[in-house]
Design a binder for this molecule. Sequence first.
Ligand code: COA
Ligand code: MG
Length: 288
Amino acid sequence: MQRSWLFVPGDSERKLAKAAGSGADVIILDLEDSVAAERRVAAHGLVREYLSAHKDRSTQQLWVRVNPLASGLALADLAGTMPGAPDGVLLPKPDAAAEVMTLAAHLDAFEAAFGLEAGHTRILPVATETALGMFQLGAYRGLSPRLAGLTWGAEDLAAALGATTNRQPDGAYTLTFQLARSLCLLGAAAAEVDAIDTITVDFRDRAGLEREAEQARREGFRGKMAIHPDQVEPINRAFTPTEAEIAFARRVVAAFEVAGTGTIAIDGKMVDMPHLKQARKLLERLPG
Ligand code: COA
Ligand code: MG
């Protein structure tokens, strides 16, 4: 299960040292917005060393966020870090879904160059960070088997729009940002990959984070990104099915095994095919 995705600035030895112990399912070694331009080359070295020093990825995957393809910096980011065999690459600010194919072709070349298994490196686009990108959310299906999911970003979209805020006074996202979130969810389902919710900027507001994470899971997101180690545990908890949910899913599956297809009643409520599908999906995703 990839529930929590923790950003770690790729040029910070101090934060890199804290990453492994954070409990995050995925560490995102960042080369983009959290790294100043003059630190980028140093970050390549630190990230590559980190990857090489953490070869066992069975409990924590290591991904790299490169700079946008349009920046002209992504190839150098890949050249500097692919020798460490990251599990995946976050693709920021795509203007077009087809950027996944461009990145996939780059990855083909770097995997061959560095003796890595072909197709090993997955891709997660941050798919709502530009205005053009927002019109592409339905276009991710079938582009590459590397596509692991879709996530969204509210901060860069605000910058792209010249919006001074993306929240209403009550803390809820304004309409355009709710739309981004929703299109991410729909686009991921259309592409049959995981939807991963965006970061919560206010890392001291634990209650707010718990609310957002729980809400996201109820709506179908499979995980959420984090910027601070304190956010990892609440995210992992929110995206782990409860004992009651697992037990109910088992009952639904068992009931249909007896009844065959059709509609049945459990605890006085109608249960039919959509519920069976949901139950099977939940059970399939359990670890072990
Ligand atoms: N990964 C690993 N360790 C982190 C961390 C992170 N994302 N964020 C904080 N820490 C560490 C700190 O270094 C500190 O450890 P230390 O005392 O050994 O230095 C400890 O956790 C507590 O941190 P705290 O003092 O509460 O926060 P801070 O003021 O040091 O950092 C941020 C706050 C926002 C600057 C920091 O969390 C951060 O850099 N987050 C990631 C930002 C990022 O990657 N953004 C791009 C994606 S949107
Ligand atoms: Mg950004």
